[in-house]
Design a protein around this ligand. Structure first.
Ligand SMILES: Nc1ncnc2c1ncn2[C@@H]1O[C@H](COP(=O)(O)OP(=O)(O)OP(=O)(O)O)[C@@H](O)[C@H]1O
Length: 244
């Protein structure tokens, strides 16, 4: 595999919902390549297509047309079973609402995707990951016994434990207070900078986007801006320009 190959990419990706009388073009001919080890924020007003774009790129939804690459594989052209395998083995996903199973402990939630995939849990990696997320003394707790920030960190550990090529995060700080959110964003930033993890995050918050190396701006399903090294100020100005 070439080192210059993007971690993932969309090419002329279009997603239309409701192909009947009133179709909604949620994503409209978006092409973007995501560099390995980069931290990318996807921004845009409500309804601009952020989640739909991310779901298509993560193999959770199928584009209506266009291509989606994970490494060298075009998952838009793969049969569903093969897409499921790519999603399971090569992609991590952090949901805004955490999506933890209430009857499992934190540790069981973290390792569940590996167990389902029949992969071995590397105890050393589990220990290191949970320690770096400050979860070592919470591993036997169930989600209801954890704070929102701790639950979100369990969800992040679950997304990272399989050492995925790309981690997608949908508003990962949406349910957290500012300080807890900032700590999580700092952690994601270090994962990209120090460990070469590729991370793509949807956020509404310019301050959150400032942790990223790049901010993509969507408007009405189209990619309208691509900002390198975003700052809270530059993103805030752009968000205002787009929304007003
Ligand atoms: N399953 C669906 N069926 C029909 N329309 C949908 C579906 N999912 C999304 N849409 C529409 O597609 C457009 C883009 O939605 P999407 O959720 O991707 O936007 P978003 O930018 O993530 O919004 P938000 O910031 O509010 O979460 C919206 O007009 C939405 O109503």
């Amino acid at each position: 595999m070439s080192s210059t190959q993007p971690a993932c990419a969309a090419q002329n990706l279009t997603k239309v919902f409701g192909l009947g009388e009133q179709p909604v073009v949620a994503v409209d001919d978006v092409s973007v390549a995501i560099e390995r080890g980069s931290f990318t924020a996807i921004m845009g007003p409500s309804g601009s297509g952020k989640s739909t774009l991310m779901h298509c790129m993560a193999g959770l939804d199928r584009p209506t047309s266009g291509d989606v690459f994970v490494g060298g594989d075009n998952i838009a052209r793969l049969p569903e079973r093969a897409v499921t395998r790519v999603r399971r083995d090569r992609i991590g996903f952090v949901f805004q609402s955490f999506n933890l199973l209430p009857t499992l402990t934190a540790e069981q939630n973290i390792t569940l995707p590996l167990e389902l995939a029949g992969r071995k849990v590397e105890k050393a990696l589990l220990g290191q990951l949970t320690a770096s997320l400050g979860l070592s003394d919470r591993l036997r707790h169930r989600p209801s016994q954890l704070s929102g920030g701790q639950q979100q960190r369990v969800a992040v550990a679950r997304a990272l434990i399989g050492n995925p090529e790309v981690v997608f995060a949908d508003e990962p700080t949406g349910a957290l207070d500012q300080r807890t959110g900032a700590a999580l964003l700092g952690y994601l930033q270090r994962q990209a900078r120090e460990h070469g993890q590729t991370i793509i995050m949807v956020t509404h918050d310019p301050a959150a986007a400032a942790y990223a190396d790049r901010a993509l701006m969507l408007l009405d399903g189209r990619l309208v801006d691509d900002i390198p090294d975003p700052t809270a100020e530059s993103v805030f100005a752009l968000v205002n320009a787009v929304v007003l």
